[in-house]
Structures are given as structure tokens and as C-alpha cells.
Design a binder for this molecule. Structure first.
Ligand code: ASP
Length: 293
């Protein structure tokens, strides 16, 4: 197949941040072009996005309401490799820890166990806090206090517009192996211990023989619909990747920010009910990717 990678920077991310998606996607694409594996391209591209402080993953992640940064990430390919970490703290690149988990006996490690695992494999202490993380927490807290909450956050009773900037990618390599990965600092309003959709297989990400999918937006709503698997199943049932992404987004009311990126043997798709910065290594086409050997 024609190696292809698609990168997204989160539901609500600013289109002017597309350069970040392009830099990361371009680096991942080089791996694919030189015959590398889709999962390696995903890990590398997401690591670059995690190091870009404009995005809510790795450096620049959002803080939970107690001021801690607890990050989630997941990675998976259609060859059966799958690893994820939830509520991990003080590592630079959560996606690399998730990839390491994929090489071991477990699929998902959380909290202290995930941190111990990371240290055991040489991931050094790193503080991902940035000026923006602190500023965003202050804003979130003052909105909570004022009780001026958007509809999707009504359950909080006491929170504004939602912007996320979680990062995610899908890719296919020359052997036709599909892979996907996501990494996030989470949502705006989060209690300590909150885990979103991003490290949960089938919710924030999914890959198998027919394609790869990743999601962004309000984790709790994404989990309820097991969204990435839902979109994948539409592709299996004959939908184009673009059609499946559109259908996935249409499951949600407009006030819930949702974005989906998918790739299939025929095409790739990007759909979001907010602005979203994204980049793909191939132009959008009706022509089948698999025809492009
Ligand atoms: N889905 C992520 C979460 O709820 C946030 C995002 O996509 O921006 O943790």
C-alpha cells in the first residue's frame, strides 16, 4: 500500500497550528517512506507533538484541578501490538511509555504502576508543566467558581468553551499494517485520578486489518459510544473512512466537541464539529490508496 500518515491536534485546536501537525507528520512520513513500520511512525510523530508546548500532550498538558499533570496515551497496530498508560506523571513522552507497555505482558498500566514501569525502562523524571498549563488551570478554576459552564459540562455545576489540543495520528505502512496513537493531558475540568478515552482501546483509538481510527473531544462522551471501534466497524461494513468519521461525529450533539481521524484501505477521513489543526501526507482523494502501489 501507499504509506500514508494523518495527524490531528485535537478537537478545537487552532488551524494556524497546522505547522505542528505538518512537522510531526512529515517526520513520521519519512519513516514510512524509507520502508519503516506504521507503529514506529506513529510513536515518532506523537513524540514530536508531545514536545510541542502548544498542544495538550506531554509538555504543555493540562492540569487536573489539584494542579497535577496526569497524562494518558495509547498506541496500537493491526499486527496485534497494543499498549496504553493512564494517569502517568512526570515523564516527557507518554506515547513512548505506552509503546514500551505494548512490548510487555500488559496492555494498560495506570498511576504509580505506570510511573514505576517508566522509570524501570529508563524514562527519567520530567516536569511537563508550562506557563500555559498553569494559566489554563487558573482560568478553569475561575470559571468553575462563577458557575458559567458550557452545556457538555453541566454535570460540574459549578465550568467555558472547550478547547482540547490532544494529539493523535493514524498511519498505514507499505506492508498494509495500520496503526494509531493518541496522547493527552486530558480535558479542562478533571478530578485527580480521572481517566479519559485516550488510553482505552476502542474508545480513543483502534486499529485492525481494515483500518485505524483515533478520537478527540470529551472523553466521557467518547467512552459511552466506544467511538473508535464504532467508526472502525462502519469501515468494515463498507463505509469510506471519511464517511465513517462523518457518521461518528453525527452521533453527538453539537455542544459536545468531537473529532475523529481514520484511515482505511481506500481513503482517509477527518471530521470534527469544531476547528481542528490536521495534516496528511497524501492529498484527499477519491482514488483508492491500495491502487497506489
Ligand atoms: N479525549 C481527551 C480526554 O477527554 C481530550 C481531548 O481529546 O482533547 O481526555
Amino acid at each position: 500500500m501507499k504509506p500514508t500518515i494523518v495527524v490531528q491536534c485535537g478537537a478545537g485546536s487552532k488551524p494556524e497550528h497546522k505547522d505542528g501537525a505538518e512537522t510531526a507528520g512529515g517526520a513520521g512520513y519519512e519513516i514510512l517512506q524509507s520502508g519503516g513500520r506504521a507503529i514506529d511512525a506513529i510513536e515518532y510523530a506523537i513524540s514530536i507533538l508531545e514536545d510541542d508546548e502548544r498542544f495538550n500532550a506531554g509538555s504543555g498538558s493540562r492540569m487536573h484541578l489539584d494542579g497535577r499533570i496526569q497524562m494518558d496515551a495509547g498506541i496500537m497496530d493491526s499486527d496485534g501490538n497494543c499498549g496504553a498508560i493512564a494517569c502517568i506523571m512526570n515523564v516527557k513522552n507518554p506515547i513512548q511509555v505506552a509503546r514500551k507497555v505494548a512490548d510487555g505482558p500488559h496492555i494498560l498500566l495506570a498511576g504509580d504502576g505506570a510511573i514505576d514501569f517508566a522509570r524501570k525502562f529508563g524514562f527519567q523524571y520530567y516536569d511537563p508543566t508550562t506557563f500555559r498549563s498553569v494559566e489554563n488551570l487558573q482560568k478553569a478554576k475561575s470559571k468553575l467558581k462563577m458557575g458559567d459552564l458550557p452545556k457538555y459540562a453541566e454535570k460540574w455545576k459549578e465550568f467555558e468553551e472547550y478547547w482540547t489540543e490532544t494529539v493523535g495520528t493514524v498511519a498505514v505502512d507499505k506492508d498494509g499494517t495500520f496503526a494509531t496513537g493518541v496522547s493527552t493531558g486530558g480535558a479542562i475540568y478533571m478530578l485527580k485520578g480521572r481517566v479519559g478515552d485516550s488510553p482505552l482501546i476502542g474508545c480513543g483509538f483502534y486499529a485492525d486489518q481494515s483500518g485505524a481510527v483515533c478520537a478527540t473531544g470529551i472523553g466521557e462522551d467518547i467512552m459511552e459510544k466506544v467511538l473508535s471501534k464504532w467508526v472502525y466497524d462502519k469501515i468494515v461494513a463498507g463505509e469510506s473512512a471519511q464517511g465513517a468519521c462523518d457518521l461518528g461525529v453525527s452521533l453527538f450533539e453539537k455542544h459536545v466537541p468531537i473529532g475523529i481521524v481514520a484511515i482505511s484501505q481506500d481513503d482517509y477521513g477527518v471530521a470534527c464539529n469544531r476547528d481542528i489543526a490536521w495534516w496528511a501526507s497524501a492529498p484527499k482523494q477519491s482514488k483508492k490508496l491500495k491502487d497506489e502501489f
